[in-house]
Design a protein around this ligand. Structure first.
Ligand SMILES: [Zn+2]
Length: 159
């Protein structure tokens, strides 16, 4: 007569639930050992996690650049500008209130893109610009504010 050993097969979901229960027990009974196990797992997989995070950041940046680009394209919004390289593009505060906005909201860098990706409203407050046109816009603004006419056109030789 053959006796079954009673090892019935668990589904993946049951296995995960069992592992989670084991983790919860370990966490409750031996917090230090639990933290060490979590750290060990993180250290082992961190490069995978970081790579996944970088991919996600890049995807989000492309999404946001297209959202605020002309006709939904990843492109500089300056008329006649052909820059499409995402490394050379960034988001411009149309009203030049980026500094105050960052101070008020405490959101900069990566979190700014997360904010823009999540928010469908205020589309007219932002636009995609290349770095050259960010500087050009700033130069125009400085010139206007100083009412100082450093006009380069007279310095450019004409034929
Ligand atoms: Zn441009």
């Amino acid at each position: 007569m053959v006796h079954s050993l009673g090892t019935h097969r668990l589904t993946e979901k049951q296995k995960r639930a069992q592992a989670a229960a084991k983790q919860r027990k370990l966490r409750a009974l031996h917090p230090a050992r639990y933290r060490a196990a979590v750290k060990k797992c993180h250290d082992k997989n961190k490069h995978k996690h970081y790579a996944a995070a970088r991919t996600k950041d890049a995807e989000r940046k492309l999404f946001v650049l297209a959202k605020y680009g002309p006709r939904g394209e990843v492109r500089c919004s300056w008329p006649g500008c052909d820059v499409v390289d995402p490394d050379m593009l960034s988001i411009d505060h149309v009203l030049d209130n980026g500094y105050e906005w960052r101070k008020q909201n405490g959101i900069g860098g990566r979190r700014f893109y997360i904010f823009l990706a999540a928010n469908a409203k205020s589309l007219s407050d932002y636009q995609t610009l290349c770095m050259n046109h960010q500087f050009k816009k700033r130069a125009d603004r400085c010139r206007f504010n100083r009412k100082h006419n450093s006009d380069f056109s007279m310095l450019i030789p004409t034929k």
